[in-house]
Design a protein around this ligand. Structure first.
Ligand code: ADP
Length: 485
């Protein structure tokens, strides 16, 4: 305004994100409502509106004779000439600058050129300000999201310097203010918890590569005992050479306590119930021996004995789960695999024939083939597949036991045309204590432990289990294990 000796200058600014013009900077102070009324009228009927529509600057030598000049009834400022230039950014008018003077013919073409140059500079400044404001807004949003993550989050530079932490991390570090941690090193907090020590050591010994992430579980033993799953991943910013790591810590103490509780329960159940059960079984046998063979009580005693046997089997399963968890494998090199599978098949033949089922042998492992496996556990796993197939297949059904070698692995499959498994249950059948339609299948005995045992045994052998099944049609349970001599 001063450069062209204008008596008043005003700028209408378009807020980039809105369709409306909603800002005004003027020489006069106005409240929001008046300002928005003025802007709207001038853009509708006045010179600024004309400039926005034409996308070019204009001079009004005499406002009395030019109807582009919009007069407000309460406007006391004497105006006789005016000049208006658009501020353009990529073909869009982002603002308009209006200058006025009390004398007619005040503004010249030279003034218009000068203002156009200034307007171009101003556009860049305005654009930068708007971009900056938007960036700040985004940054605030992102920060709010990060802060609201319930886990503990640390963003680190490559050397372990803390760039950002969230509220959860602030709490575990015992800081009054989040910003206090920024710039310090994660190792500085090692005294708070040995987890940080583990994280720092991991980062220096085996830093994750870009796109790599890994997690491990740690127990904090300083102060209150807590268990965390720590997830470390690398972050890279192509514009910054260094990048760094993101450490996310998830509190799994409750889950771990539950596991410990479960282990303790398993221990109690498997050990402490066995002795009283043995006593009951012993007395039941004695009782039976003393009963006359034709006594009606014989039937009751047999029922007691069957229940004891079922309970005994369940305890056996529980004990095995624990043993596998605790002891691991006893590998025997040179175990003849064909013999092992054949003995499972022969055991199944007896049980399936009793149920009137047909059972087919498709074992093609060479008889002289030997490998290093835990024969007791592997037999147990294979028997579980077979006994399930017999259990969950009606009389006169067919069961196929298949075993073959391929690509350095042994594959073992048991196929049946029994009741099958509904799709929703397929992913859970290998979970401990899971039974499909537990109520409907209540007549079929089982605790839902057999398949979890199989999975655990096979995974200990570095193998995998799977199941394919169609409800009402049949199931195929399979496993493979890699073979080592
Ligand atoms: P369970 O002691 O109940 O047999 P498992 O862990 O061996 O426990 O099996 C889990 C569940 O998977 C069973 O309860 C049954 O519902 C289902 N299942 C296992 N094998 C078969 C099969 N061959 N056909 C149909 N359902 C099966």
């Amino acid at each position: 305004g001063e450069a062209v000796k204008a008596s008043k200058t005003s700028l209408f600014l378009h807020d980039g994100s809105e369709v409306d013009w909603n800002y005004i900077f003027t020489a006069r102070s106005m409240d929001d409502a008046t300002s928005s009324h003025v802007v709207r009228s001038v853009l509708d009927k006045g010179l600024a509106g004309w400039v926005v529509r034409q996308r070019q600057g204009a001079i009004i030598p005499d406002t009395d004779t030019d109807d582009r000049w919009h007069i407000f009834p309460d406007d006391t400022l004497p105006v006789r000439s005016a000049m208006c230039v658009p501020l353009m950014y990529s073909e869009q008018v982002v603002a308009v600058l209006t200058l006025v003077h009390p004398q007619p013919n005040h503004f010249s073409e030279y003034h218009l050129r000068l203002m156009t140059i200034i307007a171009n500079q101003a556009t860049v400044a305005i654009r930068n300000t708007q971009l900056f404001a938007r960036l700040r807004e985004r940054q605030r949003q992102l920060e709010a999201v990060l802060l609201s993550v319930p886990d503990m989050l640390f963003v680190l530079e490559k050397d372990g310097t803390i760039l950002l932490i969230n509220t959860g991390a602030q709490q575990i570090l015992g800081l009054a203010n989040r910003t206090k941690a920024i710039g310090s090193h994660l190792a500085d907090f090692a005294q708070h918890s040995d987890i940080f020590l583990t994280v720092v050591e991991t980062l220096s010994n085996r830093p994750p590569l870009p796109d790599e992430q890994y997690s491990f579980e740690v127990r904090n033993s300083t102060g209150r005992q807590q268990d965390y799953v720590v997830n470390i991943s690398a972050w890279e910013d192509p514009t910054v050479t260094n990048g760094g790591y993101v450490v996310l810590m998830h509190d799994v103490t409750t889950l771990r306590n539950l596991y410990r509780f479960k282990d303790e329960m398993l221990r109690i159940v498997s050990h402490d119930l066995r002795s009283p059960l043995a006593v009951i079984a012993g007395y039941a046998d004695l009782f039976q021996q003393d009963l006359p063979a034709d006594s009606f009580m014989q039937e009751y005693v047999e029922s007691i004995q069957r229940s004891i046997e079922r309970m005994g089997n369940l305890l056996e399963d529980l004990l095995k789960v624990r043993q596998i968890d605790e002891k691991g494998l006893h590998l025997e090199p040179n175990t003849p695999l064909a013999d092992l599978v054949l003995s499972v098949f022969q055991g199944a033949v007896l049980a399936s024939r009793q149920k009137g089922q047909q059972i087919l042998n498709q074992i093609t492992i060479p008889t002289d083939f030997v490998a290093s496996v835990d024969p007791t556990l592997l037999r147990q796993a294979m028997e579980n597949f077979a006994s399930n197939a017999i259990k969950y297949t009606p009389e006169d059904g067919t069961i196929i036991i298949r075993a073959y070698l391929i690509d350095g692995r042994m594959v073992y499959e048991v196929e049946d045309n029994g009741i099958g498994i509904p799709p929703h249950a397929l992913s859970q059948v290998f979970d401990a204590f899971y039974r499909v339609n537990a109520r409907q299948n209540a007549s079929i005995s089982g605790a839902g432990l057999g398949l979890s045992l199989v999975k655990s045994i096979v995974e200990r052998h570095e193998g995998q289990v799977w199941v394919k099944s169609v409800e009402g049609v049949g199931s195929t349970f399979g496993m493979w294990i890699p073979l080592y001599s």
